[in-house]
Structure formats: C-alpha cells, structure tokens
Design a protein around this ligand. Structure first.
Ligand code: G3H
Ligand code: 13P
Ligand code: ZN
Length: 309
C-alpha cells in the first residue's frame, strides 16, 4: 500500500466520532514502535516529521524508514510535515513525497496567515497533497497570565470559518488551551470546550486538529524520576478530555511528549537495572516496546481508532 493522504481517514473519523493519532517520529525505533502498535490495533496512523526531526535524522533517512514501515505493516500511513514554518519547507516536503503538510503561519497577523496558507494550499493541491494550517496560538503554561490574554491567543470561531473558506485548507489546528511539552496547566486542567463546540458548529463536517495533546501519563513521569530523571510537576491533558474533543470534530490528535517520556523512562530503567550492558539494541528494544504499549493504549482507549481499516 502506498502512502495515503488523511482525507478519507478524517471523513471516517469525523462520522465515527473518533480521532487519528499523529505521532512525531525521529528515528527507526520510534517509527517501529508506533507502527507495530497501529498494526496490532488495525488502525490508520499519521507519522509526522518536524523541522527538528528532519535536521536530526536527515530527510532521506526518515523517508526511507517510513517506506520500510509501509512495506512491513501494509497499513494506511500518512507522512505529514509538522509545523512547517514557511512555503519553502512545505514545498520541499511535498516534492519529497509527503502526503500532508502543515503550514504554521499562526504567529503572523490573520490576513498574512491566510495569504501564506493559500499559497501552500495551491501548490499542495496541484500535487494531490493535503494541508493543515493553524489559527490561534498555543500558549505555553507561563504565557497565558489572565483570561483576556488567554482569550486573545485562543482561536476565534468566526475567524476560523472565514479562514477555512478563504484558504481552502483541508484541516485546521485550533487553540483551546492545550500547549506543547510536559507542563500544560498550572492548576486544574481546563480546555475551552464551548469554543470548540462553536468552531465545530461553524465548520460542519470539517476536521479539526489538536496540538499539544499528550496526556503525560504519570507512570512514565514517575519512572523517569525514579531512575534519575528530573521532571517534577509535569501535567498533560486528561484522557477524558481528548475523548470529548474527538466527539466534537477533532479528527487529528498530535502526540510527541508522550513518546519522548515513554521511551526515555524505559531506557533510563533499563540502563540502571543492567549496568553491565553496553549493547544499544537491548536498551533501544526497551524504548521501542514502551512506545508500542503506550501507542496501543492511546489508539484503543483514548483515540478510539482501533479496527477502522
Ligand atoms: O510541536 C512540536 C513537536 O513536539 C516537535 O518537536 O520541533 O523538537 O521536533 P521538535
Ligand atoms: P505534545 O507536546 O503535547 O506531545 O504535542 C505535540 C504536538 O503538538 C506536535 O505538533
Ligand atoms: Zn504541535
């Protein structure tokens, strides 16, 4: 099976009120762990590559690793650029065979965001590639100090509808209170579901995307800290909130931090428990298995995309 776009999988997800996991990939073990889990769960999957991942692994390696994953799994897989910062990187990825790109011009003023996104959409669509854009800003936990500042960074529902109409984009990342990384909330976790509902109402049958959606499972944080890590106070989006979002038009859920935590916790434990080992295959096997188990759990109990292919 060749790489696919997310068009059909999002339509099915929207109707079925579940979401597709979009997992960040940086090396072979991460790709294998994710894809083996998706295969066990008979779920489609999105493998996404950031500019940092391209720099770390080199584009040609990542592309070939994803091709190998397709041969090995025969799954419908989307290869997606995560947070493309300008037209150039989107074009490079499209020309390299990606089936989906994100243009993240969310830090530009509204009209400029429309203009840049529109340019990417025109090029991508002429090559059969789909485009995700972002409207609103994912504030870090330290950024949103008060309600009006939060309000300014969250996605405006009416602007979202106008943005989609003017750009022709295929999916839209929205800001409703999530943020990237392991520290997402200061107090109790809180997402603006009323806003999400309003966006979904103004954009019927349109796939929304939730970035910063790691749940930061306490078991991995504890394991990391137990074996010499120092990440106290980490807090993610509760699983129930992800389930709720996927019933309100969120078809793509972005996960990177959970992969990092699962892999790092397992490798820390392995190295401490086996001090005489210096075979990377052994501790990387632990890291890969931890990713596989975590992704299986996500697909089956949080995203709900098991048995959908
Ligand atoms: O949203 C960003 C992703 O977590 C990718 O992170 O740029 O460090 O690869 P990165
Ligand atoms: P997390 O940091 O919550 O995993 O979010 C990842 C993400 O949004 C990648 O684009
Ligand atoms: Zn993101």
């Amino acid at each position: 099976m060749p790489l696919v776009t997310s068009k059909e999988m999002f339509q099915k997800a929207y109707q079925g009120k579940y979401a597709i996991g979009a997992f960040n990939v940086n090396n072979m073990e991460i790709i294998q762990g994710i894809v083996d889990a998706a295969k066990e769960e008979k779920s489609p999957v999105i493998l996404q590559v950031s500019a940092g991942a391209r720099k770390y692994a080199k584009p040609a390696y990542l592309k070939k690793l994803v091709e190998a994953a397709i041969i090995d799994s025969d799954l419908p897989i989307v290869l997606h650029l995560d947070h493309g910062e300008d037209f150039e990187i989107c074009k490079q990825c499209i020309d390299d065979g990606f089936t989906s790109v994100m243009i993240d011009a969310s830090h530009h003023p509204f009209e400029e965001n429309i203009k840049i996104t529109r340019q990417v959409v025109e090029y991508a669509h002429s090559k059969g590639v789909v485009v995700e854009a972002e409207l609103g800003r994912l504030a870090g936990v330290e950024d949103a100090v008060n309600v009006s500042e939060k309000d300014a960074s969250y996605t405006d529902p009416h602007q979202a509808a106008e943005f989609v109409e003017k750009t022709g984009v295929d999916s839209l990342a929205i800001a409703i209170g999530t943020s990237h990384g392991a520290y997402k909330f200061k107090g109790d976790p809180n997402l603006d579901f009323a806003r999400l509902q309003q966006i979904a109402t103004l954009l019927p049958n349109f796939p929304l995307v939730l970035h910063g959606a790691s749940t930061v499972l306490p078991e991995f944080v504890e394991l990391c800290n137990k074996y010499g890590g120092q990440i106290p106070g980490a807090q993610g989006v509760p699983e129930e909130m992800i389930r709720q979002a996927s019933k309100l038009g969120v078809c793509k859920v972005n996960i990177d931090t959970d992969l990092r935590l699962a892999m790092t916790a397992a490798i820390r434990k392995d190295l401490i428990e086996n001090p005489t080992n210096f075979d990377p295959r052994k501790y990387l096997t632990s890291g890969r298995s931890a990713i596989q188990n975590m992704v299986k759990h996500k697909i089956a109990y949080v995203l709900g995309s098991s048995n959908t292919i």
